[in-house]
Design a protein around this ligand. Structure first.
Ligand code: 13P
Length: 251
């Protein structure tokens, strides 16, 4: 069966020293806490090696927040999937709405990134989600289905089975406005049905689909109680160990 997962996305926050301290604090807290989910932290590139070396791999999986859409070469400033994997990181967030919006990452670019991540043994956490105007126009199902299909449905079943999906409605990210648990369940079930139509029920049932967007200790339990919500991708609340632990223990 699919895994429950709580993943933190630190975004462009923390210095190296602050990030290592935060990772250690979470690692320590996990030693004395009974958990019912996998825990992942995704950090800036600069932090990866140090964070990998500061946590126990059996307690925390470490990931990057992005990788390049090219394998290697003259792409000044880019960081490849192979480089990410060489740090010991196991995951990479791809298709985050901030990357789509501010860095113009298209479905085709994301398709390349997903392929390179998989080729290098990284597990993509692939983000989808509609903006407010799309939700208000009731286009959210179409938008999310297209995001899943256009960047992932070229994959073989074997490769698709390695993907983690994160549904993050853009209007809920960093706004304090969370999707209701019923809204999350409705679209998570729709995403799972979309996957089933292409890859079959077994792969769809085994795909972890996380919710992201103003998820916090006070609302995590209600969201995670929904049958198709398999955990969370956490921004702001992942930057404070006690809040992040409060979400982890919501399972
Ligand atoms: P917030 O939890 O800060 O709303 O961010 C969610 C997010 O974008 C995680 O990737």
């Amino acid at each position: 069966m699919r895994k429950n997962i709580v993943a933190g996305n630190w975004k462009m926050n923390t210095t190296l020293q602050e990030g290592v301290a935060l990772a250690k604090e979470i690692n320590e807290a996990l030693k004395t806490t009974e958990t019912h989910c996998d825990v992942i932290i995704a950090t800036p590139f600069t932090h990866l090696v140090s964070v990998v070396n500061s946590v126990e791999a059996s307690r925390i999986g470490v990931g990057a927040e992005n990788c390049a859409d090219k394998a290697e070469g003259a792409f000044t400033g880019e960081v490849s999937a192979r480089m990410v994997a060489s740090t010991g990181a196991k995951y990479v967030i791809l298709g985050h709405s901030e990357r789509r919006a501010y860095y113009h990452e298209t479905a085709d670019i994301l398709k390349e990134k997903v392929t390179l991540a998989l080729e290098n043994g990284l597990t993509p956490i692939f983000c989808v989600g509609e903006v407010l105007a799309e939700r208000e126009a009731e286009q959210h199902f179409d938008v999310v289905a297209a995001q899943v299909k256009d960047s992932l449905f070229n994959l073989t079943a074997e490769d698709f089975a390695k993907i983690i999906i994160a549904y993050e409605p853009v209007w809920a990210i960093g706004t304090g406005k969370t999707a209701t648990a019923d809204q999350a369940q409705e679209i998570h079930a729709f995403i799972r049905k979309t996957i089933a139509e292409k890859y079959g029920n077994e792969i769809a049932d085994n795909t972890s689909i996380l919710y992201g967007g103003s998820c916090k200790p006070s609302n995590a339990a209600e969201l995670f109680a929904k049958p198709d919500v398999d955990g969370g991708l956490i921004g702001g609340a992942a930057l404070k160990a006690s809040d992040f632990m409060g979400i982890i223990t919501a399972f």
